[in-house]
Design a protein around this ligand. Structure first.
Ligand SMILES: Cc1ncc(COP(=O)(O)O)c(C=O)c1O
Length: 285
């Protein structure tokens, strides 16, 4: 794999950073990942906007312009054979040569980018051919600024591991009030009686770009009602369908939660419709 580090492209094995980098010492940084198919990125500007907001919120000046990031995305896709890739961007506050928590002044951010292989998506989704995902649930024990796409991901990693070690695909999380937040690497939607609901955007969840495309495109299409509101775990457990959304799965249908079938235990018809709408508009964002 060819990666990008601080202005240069190089084979992954040659990319080296200092152990004094604050990304390594503190997870002090912001990242983003944009799906790209045959060199065509999905919603790259929305990913760049989110990264800009994240960097601003933790006081790191964005080291590249949006156009420079676009060039990095294009070059990495070309240098790594195009096809189905997640383009991963990572900015840390940099390396001051010592371990000290306070923000250093006059320090250069570390900029890293690479690609991640992701699954292809059929343009015509078919629920009979789609394999469903299995999830477990857990109380959300992460920090309270989950709207920031921080590279400090230990909370998410531990929650992901809860499902991974049980040979499941995701961990769906709830807050102390029993309200759905999100999943360890995804946002969550439920479907009941044909209507779709997902938690509102606040500090408890990441403003997922896939979530945005789903909500926006369903609203524009108009054939499936969609609400952003508080969703309780009781509703999740009684849902006809559960979906998780992220930039590699787009909309992933969940057919089992905590060992119980979701709805009739099959990938649902509303998933098929929503995924069809998603596929038809994803390059418009
Ligand atoms: C915690 C969390 N929520 C939601 C998402 C989905 O975001 P997006 O759709 O922008 O990939 C991710 C993706 O990495 C995530 O890590």
């Amino acid at each position: 794999m060819i990666v990008y580090l601080n202005g240069e492209y190089m084979p992954a094995e040659e990319a080296k950073i200092s152990p004094f980098d604050r990304g390594f010492l503190f997870g002090d940084g912001i990242y983003d990942a944009t799906p790209s198919y045959d060199g065509k990125a999905v919603a790259l500007q929305l990913h760049l906007d989110r990264m800009n907001r994240g960097l601003e919120s933790i006081g790191i000046e964005n080291p590249l312009t949006d156009q420079q990031w676009r060039d990095v995305a294009k070059n990495l896709s070309e240098k790594n054979g195009g096809q189905n890739l997640g383009i991963y961007f990572h900015v840390s506050r940099g390396n001051e040569g010592r371990r000290f928590q306070g923000f250093p002044t006059d320090i250069k951010a570390t900029v890293f980018a690479m690609v991640i292989n992701i699954d292809p998506h059929p343009e015509v989704p078919n629920r009979k051919l789609k394999s469903g995902l299995r999830a477990v649930s857990a109380e959300d024990l992460r920090w309270r600024r989950c709207n920031i796409k921080s590279t400090a991901l230990l909370g998410n990693v531990l929650h992901f591991q809860e499902s991974y070690s049980a040979q499941k695909d995701e961990t769906i999380m709830y807050n102390a009030n029993g309200e759905l937040t999100e999943a360890s690497i995804s946002n969550v939607f439920i479907v009941k009686n044909g209507a779709v609901a997902t938690p509102i955007l606040d500090n408890q969840i990441l403003p997922g770009i896939s979530r945005h495309i789903v909500v926006d495109s369903l609203r524009i299409d108009g054939s499936i009602p969609v609400e952003e509101r508080v969703v309780t775990m009781n509703e999740v457990r009684q849902a006809d369908e559960i979906w998780i959304t992220n930039s590699s799965k787009h909309i992933g249908p969940v057919i089992e939660l905590d060992g119980e079938a979701v709805g009739d235990g099959l990938v649902g018809p509303v998933w098929e419709k929503a995924m069809t709408i998603y596929e038809s508009v994803k390059y418009d964002y």
